[in-house]
Design a protein around this ligand. Structure first.
Ligand SMILES: NC(=O)c1ccc[n+]([C@@H]2O[C@H](COP(=O)([O-])OP(=O)(O)OC[C@H]3O[C@@H](n4cnc5c(N)ncnc54)[C@H](O)[C@@H]3O)[C@@H](O)[C@H]2O)c1
Length: 239
């Protein structure tokens, strides 16, 4: 028996990194998985790759309509797609970068919830997992737009959690610390070393360690959890 047997899941940013690990684990646990991304994902058993730019309403409509038409429902949405793009502080963040970072990380998750909620409300159940970050909880020097977007995701999640709790739709946020993915591998070594030095466990996490937390939130095992923050950060925020 898989922990997600028969459930229909959409994972955004599912071509690489954490989103890919989530899609793979969900498929292993019996879910029917759609991995939405602007990039082409590799073929994998139990995963259907779909083109989805989370900042585009028309993309969401196309993808969610197709899933609901095929399966009659959508049980799980993982709003994982995210970008950092701009590492500058407030006085060095241009409007274009600010708008794009907010559009993908925050508005993308908002439109995602809006797109799946009609089907979830009709079914009377659902689990939505929104990707925040440790930078959704505390400030980091630089990355002003990312810090703002992830803080927005954190509280938007609580808003949706309390709004839809009586309809059996659970909405939780995930807050990873530094995780070894293509995003992080593209960052300067000194930057990553600085975060590791401030992480009590003294290492990066793996995408699989984050995926296991998402599995719990997606499954019925977390049936009394909504509006919670699942922190997976090697102890960073405990300090
Ligand atoms: N890696 C970390 O250390 C870390 C820490 C905290 C939070 N996060 C968050 O976890 C999530 C995944 O991060 P990652 O490290 O796996 O990143 P990544 O860059 O390795 O992968 C992100 C995926 O999202 C896709 N994507 C980007 N823009 C998109 C869009 N507009 N529409 C659809 N897909 C899009 C990319 O093509 C890519 O496949 C992000 O929300 C990120 O902010 C990551």
């Amino acid at each position: 028996m898989g922990r997600l047997d028969g459930k229909v899941a959409l994972v955004t940013g599912g071509a690489q990194g954490i989103g890919r690990a989530v899609a793979v684990l969900f498929a292993q646990e019996g879910a029917i998985v759609y991995a939405g991304d602007v990039k082409a994902g590799a073929a994998a058993k139990g995963i259907e790759n779909v083109t989805l730019d989370v900042s585009q309403q028309a993309d969401w409509t196309r993808v969610v309509d197709a899933i609901v038409k095929t399966h009659g429902r959508i049980d799980i949405l993982v709003n994982n797609a995210g970008i950092v793009k701009c590492y500058g502080p407030v006085h060095e963040t241009d409007a274009e970068s600010w708008n794009r970072v907010l559009a993908v990380n925050l508005t993308g998750s908002f439109i995602g919830m809006q797109s799946v909620l009609p089907a979830m409300r009709k079914a009377g159940k659902g689990s939505i997992i929104n990707f925040s970050s440790i930078w959704g909880n505390v400030g980091v020097p630089g990355a002003a737009a990312y810090n703002a977007a992830k803080g927005g995701v954190r509280n938007m999640t609580k808003n949706a959690a309390v709004t839809y709790a009586k309809e059996n739709i659970r909405v939780n946020s995930v807050h990873p610390g530094l995780i070894r993915t293509p995003l992080v591998e593209a960052q300067p070594d000194e930057m990553n070393a600085g975060i590791i030095a401030q992480t009590p466990m003294g290492r990066m996490g793996t995408p699989q360690e984050v995926a296991r937390g998402c599995l719990f939130l997606a499954s019925d095992e977390s049936s009394f959890m909504t509006g919670s923050e699942l922190v997976i950060d090697g102890g960073y925020l405990a300090q």
